[in-house]
Design a protein around this ligand. Structure first.
Ligand code: 6GU
Length: 240
């Protein structure tokens, strides 16, 4: 898989060289290219934004640098352009799985009040487009969102370290949050590990974990237990 990032803050994406994506690059599974959007400006101030038509607060990212970037990077059939924006579709494990099947992702990281709509429309003429949001809150820009999406996608790539085992586990998940986990020592700060986990009774342990996961999900994410969440594409969480 090839990943390209268009950003006015390339330093924000430095973590891509570390840990998980870094290893995937070293193993040859992944190619990563971070591009400073300002390289496709031509004025002395390397301008990437301008005032919004119709008025209003903030600045809008200009279309031309994106257009030139798409052309130079060869965005076309076989590419998915991911626009990170709080007005996008919610990012889920299901979307991560879908994106992990693509040959090439180009992340267009928005800043300011957004990107001129014609950039998104133009990208749709060239390639597949997904506008993606991490959740219902506002970040200053799409870079951190692009990092999060990247990590979720890259760990699903076939052949990536450790992914076989974790994928099998995730497929058993049943759309619940993870149960609490414990390790040694058996008592710490006056708190004991639940006896059932030390009982060696695998049936009882599985039942306890299922119940803990159900309880935790009911408390924190009742939406996951609603009938509408039980259709295909429900969120995938660790094994119970
Ligand atoms: Cl993808 N971008 C920005 N700027 N804010 C967000 C987001 C994305 N997802 C949630 N908040």
């Amino acid at each position: 898989m090839r990943l390209d990032y268009l950003t006015i803050f390339p330093d924000y994406l430095a973590p891509l060289g570390l840990s998980l994506p870094g290893k995937a690059v070293e193993s040859g599974l992944l190619e990563v290219h971070v591009h400073d959007l300002r390289q496709w400006t031509h004025d002395r101030h390397r301008t990437v934004d301008d005032t919004p038509y119709g008025g209003g607060a903030g600045m809008v990212m200009k279309p031309e640098p994106f257009g030139e970037a798409f052309a130079e990077l060869g965005v076309g059939a076989g590419t998915t352009v991911v626009f990170t924006t709080p007005s996008g579709e919610p990012f889920t494990q299901a979307l991560a799985a879908e994106l992990s099947t693509r040959e090439r992702l180009v992340f267009a990281c928005g800043r300011y009040e957004g990107i001129d709509q014609r950039v998104i429309d133009h990208a749709r003429d060239l390639a597949e487009v997904r506008e993606v949001s991490l959740g219902d809150y506002v970040l200053n820009g799409g870079e951190v969102a692009a990092l999060a999406i990247t990590e979720a996608v890259v760990r699903l790539l076939p052949g990536f370290m450790g992914n076989a085992a974790s994928l099998v586990e995730e497929s058993h998940a049943g759309g619940l949050l993870e149960y609490p986990v414990y390790t040694k020592p058996p008592a710490w700060e006056g708190r004991e590990v639940p006896a059932v986990l030390r009982s060696g009774d695998h049936g009882a342990i599985a039942a306890w974990r299922r119940e803990q996961a159900r309880r935790r999900t009911a408390e924190r994410r009742p939406d996951l237990l609603a009938p509408s969440a039980l259709e295909d594409g429900s969120p995938i969480v660790p094994a119970v």
